[in-house]
Design a protein around this ligand. Structure first.
Ligand SMILES: NC(=O)c1ccc[n+]([C@@H]2O[C@H](COP(=O)([O-])OP(=O)(O)OC[C@H]3O[C@@H](n4cnc5c(N)ncnc54)[C@H](OP(=O)(O)O)[C@@H]3O)[C@@H](O)[C@H]2O)c1
Length: 261
């Protein structure tokens, strides 16, 4: 667990065109990191680059679908070409799916797992050789409190975040001897475009966004955790309570959560 300076940190940020990823990119750039930002929406990335330039930040963009292996190769190549190396990867791009599992199809399950699990872990596989040569390197995986405790009507999403959680714990142990940190970030509900893009919404699964966090707060806490070399952060008191009650008494949480769908 290494503390590090953000200034000069050569970092890839995925899902930087909106929400949490956009705010993480801005926060990192304000503190002097050098960024490769990526997402599919080119115009959003252009706006982000303009904003980062307005305060003399340093960023370049790679437009593409993170599920496409060519995008992932381009990201690592861009870090090498533009900055001569890589110190951090922030895997943030993600999508949700709402509604009962049995009413959905295999495609929904595969899409969620491709974006939320297979793409980020394959980006990590590509990035590790460069990270090994980086300064105080770190891998940051943006997961969710739903990667600690699953709930109804988000089965594929919870599965993808549980997978990311287990993967991150395993990878942290594997890479510890090489000095590469692995941080897993678990936000609670956050106000972003996330719920506008959930796949196969049937309208019968409710989302409570009244007490949602702001992406800016998530970003600030994430960048602080990167700086301090944390391994895991759960961002809200409610999220921490959910996780701890579930660990203390899973049958009770199963009964409670079965009533709130
Ligand atoms: N919002 C919440 O309540 C919440 C709670 C806990 C955890 N999280 C997690 O936080 C992360 C960010 O979510 P958010 O709330 O900021 O949502 P968001 O505003 O919808 O942002 C999602 C980002 O992911 C990118 N993305 C999605 N699919 C992609 C693909 N196939 N290829 C490349 N980029 C892709 C989007 O860019 P393009 O569309 O331009 O490609 C966008 O930049 C996700 O991993 C999510 O699971 C969110």
């Amino acid at each position: 667990m290494a503390s590090r300076k953000i200034a000069g940190l050569r970092t890839i940020v995925t899902g930087a065109s909106s929400g949490i990823g956009q705010q993480i990119a801005i926060e990192l750039a304000k503190q002097g990191a050098k960024l490769i930002v990526t997402a599919r929406r080119a115009e959003r990335l252009a706006d982000l680059l303009a904003e980062i330039k307005s305060f003399d930040g340093d960023a370049v963009s790679v437009v593409g679908d993170i599920v496409d292996p060519r995008t992932r190769v381009s990201l690592v190549e861009a870090a090498s070409r533009e900055f001569g190396g890589l110190d951090a990867v922030v895997n943030n791009a993600g999508i949700g799916a709402l509604g009962p599992f049995v009413n959905a199809d295999e495609a929904r399950n595969r899409t969620v797992m491709e974006v939320n699990f297979f793409a980020p872990v394959e980006l990590i596989r590509l990035a590790v050789p460069l990270l090994r040569e980086g300064n105080r390197p770190i891998i940051v995986n943006v997961s969710s409190v739903l990667g600690h405790r699953a709930v109804a009507n988000k089965s594929e999403y919870c599965a993808s975040k549980f997978a990311m959680h287990g993967f991150s714990d395993a990878l942290r142990c594997e890479l510890a001897g090489e000095g590469i940190d692995v941080l897993i970030v678990s936000p609670s509900t956050t106000s972003s475009e996330f719920f506008d893009h959930v796949t196969d919404r049937e309208g019968n699964a409710t989302v409570h966004t009244r007490h949602a966090m702001s992406p800016h707060v998530v970003a600030r806490k994430t960048v602080r955790a990167i700086r301090r070399g944390k391994h895991e952060i759960i961002l809200t008191a409610g999220g921490r309570a959910l996780v701890w009650f579930d660990r203390l008494c899973p049958p009770l949480m199963n009964r409670v959560l079965a009533r709130f769908r």
